[in-house]
Design a protein around this ligand. Sequence first.
Ligand code: WT7
Length: 705
Amino acid sequence: GNNLITSSNHLRHVDFITNLPSGAGKISHLNAVVLGEASASEQADLVLPSQQFSSQALVPSHQKYLEMYMRSIQDPAGFWSDIASQFYWKQKWPEQVFSENLDIRKGPIKIEWFKGGITNICYNCVDRNIEAGLGHKVALYWEGNGPGFDDTLTYSQLLHRVCQLANYLKDIGVKRGDAVVIYLPMLMELPIAMLACARIGAVHSVVFAGFSAESLAQRIVDCKPKAVITCNAVKRGPKIIHLKEIVDAALIQSAKTGISVDVCLTYENQSAMKRESTNWQEGRDVWWSDVVPKYPYTCEVEWVDAEDPLFLLYTSGSTGKPKGVLHTTGGYMVYAATTFKHAFDYKPSDIYWCTADCGWITGHSYVTYGPLLNGATVVVFEGAPNYPDPGRCWDIVDKYKVTLFYTAPTLVRSLMREGGVSFSGCFLSVYCCFLMIRDGACFYEVILLIAILIFITITQYVTRYSRKSLRVLGSVGEPINPSAWRWFYNVVGDSRCPISDTWWQTETGGFMITPLPGAWPQKPGSATFPFFGVQPVIVDEKGVEIGGECSGYLCLKSSWPGAFRTLYGDHERYETTYFKPFPGYYFSGDGCRRDKDGYHWLTGRVDDVINVKGQGIYAFVTLVEGVPYSEELRKSLIMTVRKQIGAFAAPDKIHWAPGLPKTRSGKIMRRILRKIASRQLDELEDTSTLADPTVVHQLIELADC
Ligand code: WT7
């Protein structure tokens, strides 16, 4: 097999089994599993939004939702045109444009929305809001890695910064349609760089600044950028990461395949590292602060077609070569803005914080474009959410009076676990005990006090902060298990804030299945119902739609404005990967169950691509006959992943698996691998359908070797 691990989100949100290019040809098969699933009984409860919340919500009832939803399905052109008209178009799209382009029932797949319409997304994110009187409104709050480092930009100031950079990029010859790679941490310069590219019609490709030099080089070689924008270094928690060195190595590597980049614009991130100690290649490397501030505060907009490319974002693929997911301008703009507005029930007074990095699609649609298109105030956070302690998120929530908080289940779980012990709490506990013992308290009194203090200490990382500002919570990236959902709801949101569990993908551009807070009761762990214009269907192995209560493969019928248009440079792979598996549908790669009330429950990836986010990666590795398994090999496998993909993707555990539990038809039974990985050996259940049940015993024996 040629299966492997590559990338994904913030923290250790790691995706995918795809190409492990090496182990020097020693691996014949590698498999990985995700731990933890919800039990059926946990999935039954209904959690209702409060009357007060619903009455003020944009979509206040299920009834209203159904009305809007029906229209979006029956008359997509009318529905989306009405919404699109709220944006600025230099020239409106021709009316008849929708008729044939939304059909994905037959190839070749060519999705187009608002084609012929002329607009610019940067103009709509910034200039349009200033014209509407929001010039003095805060666009971005920046919170640094270390507490105390922060900054603010109003919409007017944001425009100035964007224009200066846009002017510089034009000056060095970046033109409409040219690619620019952005390898930056969560500084304000990251959304600024995205917007500057959009302003001049350049195509940005943000690469998460946690990817290795090799991954970065691979992306540079694929999209051949005119420039790379980076910074010298960044601090994540207490650790310093030398980003410029990674870029240097990537540029050496890409030059070997004949792709050279003329300009490496480098931001001096002073809180992490001074410029003097940065490696420098004269002629190619340019300090941001030496050039960009010299440019004017205004820069004319490059008006582009709705179908002109806006950005490329690479996601891992099952054959190893990353897929350059291409999004275009008009449809993406309308979709990112509308999904943001409804899924968070956005009000102009909201302060919004999404913990995702702009290196992922979440940071594109829901840090930069979606919120800014709505004129929202966005918190951009550079650091690690548990640094300097696990209370940091709530500290930030209180500091900026965050009302909408959007994060990933992996973070929720880790904060839930680390609810843990704080130093001040420990100190206080010990001191009180000391006082009591000194004053002659009895044994039980001391025990009682200790118990109370432990309780206070455990919950205080969250409860010592007010969090009163919070209104809506959001979750993305993987199914949120009901116990984490409840903790998020009860403890973080004080049982007051609806949770939008948003199911979507890099490819979909925006939310596909998500609660609309206020419109209907939630079930902990369910993404609930489709967004406007989205028609999810569940199909069986043969691609036949199944109705009612069922489970199967999640597909989508017809197109929606935010859909990706192609895989860069490989339209055939686009069709093969997404539209061929179940003809007539877009195949998501996810499994899904629909319950008797029509709620959707995502069950994870079903293809050879899997999400391993948050809990850790457990890899079953099968070696080529005759190659011995050794500690050295184990280490080198882990190192290989670190080097080829990035440290965040490295497996936590390697389990030597001479054979894998397969059914007679050859399907690997991941359920069994999962149980072995989590050592729930008494829950293996029936293994008699396996082609060779002894494989299981063998695996158990090798578990701790
Ligand atoms: C895959 C897409 C979408 C931005 C982050 C990841 C999983 C995402 C949920 C959710 C269950 C989810 C799916 C999907 N996923 N959100 N709310 N519930 N699963 O983007 O890297 O393109 O990954 O993430 O498996 O296919 P991505």
